[in-house]
Design a protein around this ligand. Structure first.
Ligand SMILES: [Zn+2]
Length: 253
């Protein structure tokens, strides 16, 4: 009889924990703040990616609005991606995660909590797992007169409570994206503005490679060279993925 009770208790615990996992899955919220700036809230943490707010004509918030952040992830060294990272980290105590070259630069700028990750099997954080993935782009900090080597540009795949979120950073279309199909991405943030990154036509090919559930187009309409019509992505992608066009400041769960 005791054994039956223990078995029942074990089964109950298993079912209860599985329920919690599936409940956690719907608790991840992503917000597009304009350009490539994305906020993820999940597992009790607040994560910013490429927080370009000051001097961003389409930013949905002001840096002063950010009073809580746990992590800032930076994909590469260009000004429209490093953005306000230093100020946000100093203000909130957020840890800044990037490649090694950018990490050294953040330390010089006085950021206290810095962590380097690199292309590999992934890194474990207290909110889940993050894998740095390839992006076809540059990463120099500064200008041609005083360039600073910012390492290799990257994207990130987040796994938070079983929800997989891919932030592509700035990238052109690359066959490397085919590898992401194995990740079973739920939400992909893809640049579509062209000129510096993929345009909409290339983003459709990227969707064929990545096979994500949902796609949120980013990195367009910030400046004249990257003006585009994201509705065209809805038209061209067809049934390949659910395209969600957000206005800066809008979220999905
Ligand atoms: Zn950019």
């Amino acid at each position: 009889m005791k054994r039956i009770i223990y078995t029942f208790m074990a089964l109950f615990a298993l079912v209860f924990s599985m329920t919690n996992i599936s409940e956690g899955a719907v608790d991840v919220k992503v917000t597009w703040l304009g350009h490539a700036t994305v906020k993820i809230e999940g597992a009790g943490k607040i994560i910013y990616i490429d927080p370009f707010i000051t001097n961003n004509p389409v930013a949905a918030i002001k840096v002063g609005d950010i009073d809580k952040a746990d992590y800032v992830f930076v994909t590469h060294g260009h000004f429209d991606h490093i953005g306000d990272t230093v100020e946000i980290s100093k203000k909130t105590g957020a840890k800044v995660i990037s490649n090694g070259e950018l990490s050294e630069w953040f330390k010089i700028k006085g950021v206290e909590k810095v962590q380097t990750i690199y292309f590999g099997g992934g890194s474990v954080f207290d909110f889940g797992r993050v894998k740095m993935v390839y992006a076809l782009h540059g990463s120099t900090i500064g200008d041609a007169v005083n360039p600073i080597h910012g390492g290799v540009a990257a994207g990130f795949v987040f796994d938070i409570d079983g929800v997989k979120i891919y932030h592509a950073g700035d990238t052109g279309l690359t066959k490397e994206m085919e590898l992401l199909a194995d990740e079973k991405i739920d939400i992909a943030f893809l640049p579509v503005g062209g000129h510096f990154t993929m345009d909409i036509k290339d983003a459709v090919r990227a969707i064929e490679f990545i096979k994500p559930g949902k796609v949120i187009p980013i990195h367009y309409d910030t400046f004249p060279p990257i003006k585009t019509d994201p509705e065209l992505l809805v038209e061209l992608a067809g049934e390949k993925a659910e395209i969600i066009i957000l206005k800066p400041g809008e979220s999905i769960k």
